[in-house]
Design a protein around this ligand. Structure first.
Ligand code: ADP
Ligand code: MG
Length: 238
């Protein structure tokens, strides 16, 4: 049995099909990149996995449990967005502890767990800072700590590096990978950047116009593209 299983996911907004016939399985600890051009449905698919949007059809199983209809906070899924989405009027510590307090943890337990995650993302010493006092890369590390503090079964990352400049992007990319390996976190990372996908992923799910057109190891997608779209998107021209 796979750790995560998506069966026949479909979603439309009005007359527009955003995605359909989405099927995949993910093993515990795998780093999956959902790769594809802008507008192909990546963010909506991620939001449906997180429960922030509802699918019209299909099921999501985690460890065999059907969580398709659970509220987001009941799913044990963490998500990081491109635009940080931190609370501007809360300190780093309070931003990170927020999810725990919502789940009824005591103040002292929340603070302790938050501190562990702040250390993990290498922001020790910044606990009392506000988001506006941090760089983009630091803010994104706060967002990562906030997603991890509830010990999610799945981590979803929606273009978390896109707003950052090249140098920060590389170092945060490596940091995400290190943490993912250390925690053996089952991760779905969304990007439109082939290089990121090639460097980070155990497997790539390549998406086009609402369908996953190929799933496989980076080298297989690159050397054995399933069709012309994959070939040209990955940089081959036949
Ligand atoms: P990606 O993340 O790959 O760029 P999105 O999931 O954001 O793609 O969007 C996929 C398609 O769904 C786009 O055509 C977009 O305009 C449409 N879409 C996304 N969210 C909504 C919404 N809330 N209402 C209507 N259309 C939407
Ligand atoms: Mg998107």
């Amino acid at each position: 049995m796979s750790y995560v299983k998506v069966n026949q996911f479909a979603k439309s907004f009005g007359d527009v099909d955003v995605f359909k016939d989405i099927d995949f399985s993910i093993e515990k600890g795998e780093f999956i990149t959902l790769l594809g051009p802008s507008g192909c449905g990546k963010s909506t698919l991620l939001r449906c996995i997180a429960g922030l949007d509802n699918v019209d059809l299909g099921t999501l199983l985690v460890e065999g449990e059907n969580i398709t209809d659970l509220a987001p906070q009941q799913r044990e899924i963490g998500m990081v967005f491109q635009s940080y989405a931190l609370f501007p009027n809360m300190t780093v510590e309070d931003n990170v502890a927020f999810g725990l307090k919502m789940n009824g943890f005591s103040k002292s337990k929340s603070r302790l767990e938050a501190k562990k995650m702040i250390d993990l993302v290498e922001l020790a010493g910044k606990e009392k800072f506000y988001p506006r006092e941090l760089s983009g890369g630091q803010r994104q590390r706060v967002a990562l700590a906030r997603a991890l503090v509830v010990r999610p079964r799945i981590l979803l990352l929606d273009e978390p590096l896109s707003a950052l400049d090249a140098k920060i992007r590389k170092s945060l990319r490596q940091q995400i990978l290190n943490i993912q390996k250390e925690l053996n976190l089952t991760t779905i990372f969304v990007t439109h950047d082939q290089e990121e996908a090639m460097l980070l992923s155990d497997r790539i799910f390549l998406m086009s116009k609402g369908s996953i057109v190929q799933q496989g190891k980076p080298e297989d997608i690159y050397t054995k593209p399933a069709n012309e779209f994959v070939a040209s998107f990955m940089g081959h021209y036949n």
